[in-house]
Ligand binder design. Sequence first.
Ligand SMILES: Cc1cc2nc3c(=O)[nH]c(=O)nc-3n(C[C@H](O)[C@H](O)[C@H](O)COP(=O)(O)OP(=O)(O)OC[C@H]3O[C@@H](n4cnc5c(N)ncnc54)[C@H](O)[C@@H]3O)c2cc1C
Length: 816
Amino acid sequence: MVDSIPERADIVIIGGGIVGCSVAYHLARRGRSDVVLLERSALTSGTTWHAAGLVGQLRATQNLTRLAQYTATLYAGLESETGCATGFKQTGSLGVASTEARFEELKRGASMARCFGLDVEVLAPGDVKSMWPLAETRDLIGAVHLPKDGQTNPIDTTQALARGARSRGARILEHCRVTNILAAHGRVTGVMTPAGEIRCAAVVNCAGMWARDIGGWVDATVPLHAAEHFYMVTESVAGLAPGLPILRDPDNCAYFKEDAGKLLVGWFEPLAKPWGQDGIPEDFSFDQLPDDLAHLEPLLAAAMRRVPALESAGVQLFFNGPESFTPDDRYLLGETPEVRGLYVAAGFNSIGIQSAGGAGKVLADWIVDGHPPMDLWDVDIRRCLPFQRNKKYLRDRTVESLGLLYAMHWPYRQAETARGVRKSALHDRLQAAGACFGEVAGFERPNWYAPPGTPARYEYSYGRQNWFEHSAAEHRAVREAVGLFDQSSFAKFVVEGRDAEAVLNRICAASVAVPIGRIVYTQWLNERGGIEADLTVTREAQDRYLIVTACATQTRDFSWLRRHIPDDAQALAIDVSPAYAVLGVMGPRSRALLTSLTDADLSNEAFPFGASRVIDLGYARVRASRITYVGELGWELYMPTECVQSVYDEIVAAGRGFGMAHAGYHAMNSLRLEKGYRHWSHDIGEEDTPLEAGLGFAIDWSKPGGFIGREALLRQRKSGVRRRLVQFMLERPDRLLHHDEPIWRDGRLVGRITSGMFGHTLGRPLGMGYVENDGGIVTTEWVHGGRYQLEIATERVPASASLKPFYDPAGERVKA
Ligand SMILES: Cc1cc2nc3c(=O)[nH]c(=O)nc-3n(C[C@H](O)[C@H](O)[C@H](O)COP(=O)(O)OP(=O)(O)OC[C@H]3O[C@@H](n4cnc5c(N)ncnc54)[C@H](O)[C@@H]3O)c2cc1C
């Protein structure tokens, strides 16, 4: 055990795996030398030491790809910087496809990779054979080659990062276990170890598979679970050329890495084996788990079919080691919403080596600058909800999450395990009506409705899936008659108190100094003018507001709200999400339908767009808000959860006379895209300003006291925007847009699609995306002056562009 520790430090890092060492290295590079890393055992003794060391660069989104690219560049230069050999080699990688769908997936990935500036080429099976002669290629359809992918030695790379950190002043203490995190008034104050206490302002939890329980010490949610993870290493294989690219064979769940004439074969099997549910042993150090040859047998057989030389190769080692997995297969990064000054970098889902460089860099920037350096929502720990710490939930989901890395990444794919955690009070009724549910943040939401006799089950593909026509019928019902949406998954917060208006006016870009009964559509901005949240604020009373935001951002938005209420303000924020159910009644016949159920005057004069009031409906008192996300006349109805069944029954009974249909979230998505409504996390986020996103109309520039982000926006308004969100309509109806498809203007790459869906009223695939003009100002004339193509799976398809919505640009239907 270490005998002496400092009494104070600026930042304490828990855990000396590759991630903790990368955070220490990057903090030191940012000039924070008063950093102490505490490692329970020796560096790399948890998961890092046994990783296969693959360093791929193409990730699911642009920013995660940027981080992986950064990691590869960092590792490539680390040896010359620190004098510590890392074993990093840029051998490239080959991803092969043995089905048409997989080839489409790989080609879509290739299009995306190009858009992100990665070298990539699409290959025929014959090319695979010449690059990897020992591979069986007769069943292949095609492949993708990423020449800049690489591999590294995880232990040596970690030691190099540690040396780089030490040389800049960071202290790395091995054999020093952290036994508690100290916090007071919601803020970190230090850590406890057997050698005493270290007082500090920030703690970074990089404890790998121990990180969940360590977070639990201060009630912070760090949802991850360990699983057994397997590979084998052969003896020398005859004919295996040195320097081969890594061969990924996702259809057989396997990857193959050549190293010193031997083959390392690893797997991402669809049904994994969770491990350590009752806690990770404290003394687990450079340990491995027992072999399970029965589990591996089918995987091994498939691997031998791909590389027949394996049949005769001797086996040097079967390896089984634990790694942590998260419920959505994305890692956990950032400051916890529960405790200020407590940061997390954990749950790396078997890509911790290739992610550590980038994750360490952005987390160090986040700690030093007080905000993330780029949009990191995909991995931001504020996406998690408290229930996700539940161990049974994590264990059950981990069975599925390990295999996801190599599973088909179907559009609209839904998790198959640990479902049904959060349900609307209408769940059973909606199921009886044919709902096929999708899950967001554990909430089961109807995505589409199957007609009687049709199973409410997804059949995935890259083309039109089995629900396409059913969702189209829901879409049309909303446009032509009336649709009923269960929107109970919305997050709802109440802000109450004498200073509620002043507090919210500072947080919101729009003015909330409005009469009682008005709904305000607004963004919450950061100091840089980026959009942190996109929501509505309804004035319920002089001193009370109702805030409604998306289900997925419940934790994040509530945390932002609470952290921006000054200590001395008389304003209390309460998360009331489960207390209220929400029904959306949307479409041209919504007024007639609701009028048959209430004595309230719903006419345009008495109840204009943007109004909200409490009315009688059925036997309940319901807050009716005239607002829409689908671009039609309609009301959102908010009521105590216990009243929603009776209200729903009345609406459904009356709805028969008005052509009402149940409608799901897929229809909502196609409706909102026709109308050009933005979706936070896809079309807008913390790196996008309202001026770039075309949301300038929602800003109140002149309200007293201003708002967070105003100064940055004023500067941007003066200088002009360099990127702009544009709507696109494909000229061909047979291809579908999802996200990240490259946007070409007059043959030049100018951006990528942020969200896409088929627009059933327009009869064409629709998308949105930011376009850039080579660093110049993006004017309306420039946007409309180009000829556009969108690239789908390497094929460029002509598209038209518009800054206005394609559907009802004047907004007449909403105000009807
Ligand atoms: C079989 C296998 C193959 C893999 N292959 C690859 C690959 O090819 N490419 C890739 O990118 N990734 C791969 N990975 C994943 C990668 O190894 C991990 O994602 C990565 O090592 C995680 O690093 P970490 O620093 O988060 O965790 P760890 O390496 O586990 O580090 C956490 C550290 O925290 C310490 N700690 C815990 N509790 C305390 C405490 N209370 N006080 C002080 N210290 C504490 C532990 O001792 C440990 O050293 C693989 C994983 C496995 C299992």
